[in-house]
Write a protein that binds this ligand. Structure first.
Ligand code: PLP
Length: 400
């Protein structure tokens, strides 16, 4: 997921446009900014790139999730169903709005299993957040069909799959809205930053206002100008320099970043095929894969560890997702302990009572997949030497 690898002259040029005016802020300063509106232009181009109507830039992918949940009206008493394999930010945002995260199993796509999603729906379910993890598609059509049946909006966490598609349609455009992250490890980066896309103009206006203290954006859509507020908001405004970098990175996303990752993934996949019993992660649409990772399952967790020991010795360690404390439910010790910064444990504890107990053993199907999974992150720049070294390491590991 390496937008940082291609940071160069194009980004510098976009940043210079901002530095020349000295207007570092997305709103106001009409006389000083000489027509430069980087964040607004980035939003317009990002929405057009994804083939949708509206985009709202924010300060991070986590902020994007929070602003989207807030605009969807999610709050205390509501359950939000997401998946057992995701980055902690997905459920942090749910807790931030005071709602309760509920976790569904993942399947061979390493994303939400729609059959388990249906089992997790209760009368309190108010939102579903499938995550398009590690560059590739969740079973989003099946998930939307179930959500529609129950009248629950779907928010797609597309933080790890910018530029991904399913049947030619961009990820993030299937549900009510889709969120993106542009942090340091994502496919395109703005340093820190995030985006929410939607085709719903009213939802977009609520996001736009919420992310800017609730300022009334109606008289000047996409800008400011109103004196009143419909509701209490907060501040998640993106800076002009971030918008500038985003414009340069967006232009590189398909032709430079994803194209190179795909080529590298194909080569590495061929090399990894030597591992006995290897089963590659199910990719629903290879054409729409952003190829940020090559993931595969071996026949046991123990086999994964043996293989990875040899890979590590050869300087080519894979990620063992079963041991990964960032992305896998049983490893989120702070969530399982209900540890929050508030004195009474809010929002996991209210009035001295734990609202939801997270049992680390509650998701056996996820364990069966994740604990047998190894993955390599694909760089944009992969030298022939490095690829050959990985190939040799995999051959050695095949004898493990
Ligand atoms: C990175 C990430 C986020 C959060 O993005 P930040 O910009 O780091 O706040 C949210 N969800 C997933 C799945 C991510 O990988």
């Amino acid at each position: 997921m390496p937008g940082f690898e291609v940071f160069g002259k194009e980004e510098e040029k976009e940043i210079q446009d901002v530095l020349k005016t000295g207007v570092l802020f997305r709103y106001e300063f009409a006389n000083e900014r000489q027509g430069v509106y980087k964040v607004r232009t980035f939003e317009e181009k990002f929405a057009a790139f994804c083939g949708t109507g509206f985009a709202q830039a924010v300060t991070s992918g986590t902020a994007a999730l929070k602003v989207a949940l807030a605009a969807l009206g999610i709050g205390p008493g509501d359950e939000v169903i997401t998946q057992s394999f995701t980055f902690v930010a997905t459920w942090e945002a749910v807790l931030e709005v005071g709602a309760t995260p509920v976790f569904a199993e993942v399947d061979a796509t390493m994303n939400m299993d729609p059959r388990d999603l249906e089992k997790k729906i209760t009368a309190k379910s108010r939102c579903i957040i499938p995550v398009h993890m590690l560059g590739a598609q969740a079973r989003i059509k099946e998930i939307i069909a179930i959500a529609d049946k129950h009248g629950i909006p779907v928010l797609e966490d597309t933080a790890q799959s910018a530029g991904g598609r399913l049947g030619g349609k961009h990820l993030g455009t299937f549900g009510a809205c889709g969120t993106f992250s542009f942090d340091s490890v994502k496919t395109m980066t703005t340093g820190e930053g995030g985006m929410i896309i939607t085709s719903d103009g009213d939802l977009w206006r609520a996001m736009s206002e919420y992310h800017d203290h609730g300022h009334d954006h109606a008289p000047n859509p996409g800008g400011r100008g109103g004196e009143k507020r419909r509701f209490v908001g907060s501040n998640y405004r993106m800076m002009e320099i971030q918008g500038a970098i985003g414009l340069a990175q967006l232009a590189k996303l398909d032709p430079v970043i994803i194209a190179a990752q795909k080529k590298n993934k194909a080569a590495l996949k061929e090399a990894a095929a030597v591992l006995p019993g290897v089963q590659f992660r199910e990719i629903l649409d290879e054409t729409g894969d952003t190829a940020t990772h090559l993931c595969f399952f071996l026949d046991s967790a123990e086999h994964c560890q043996r293989v990875n020991k040899i890979l590590a010795k050869a300087g080519c360690a894979a990620t063992c997702f079963g041991a990964n404390t960032w992305h896998y439910y049983p490893k989120w010790e702070h969530l399982i302990a209900g540890a929050t910064v508030s004195r009474d444990g809010w929002p996991l504890t209210t009035h001295g009572k734990r609202r939801y107990i997270y049992d680390p053993a509650a998701l056996p199907q996820s364990a069966a997949y994740i604990e047998r999974c190894l993955g390599f992150q694909l760089p944009v720049k992969l030298s022939d030497e490095r690829l050959a070294q990985m190939g040799e390491a995999l051959k050695k590991a095949a004898r493990a």
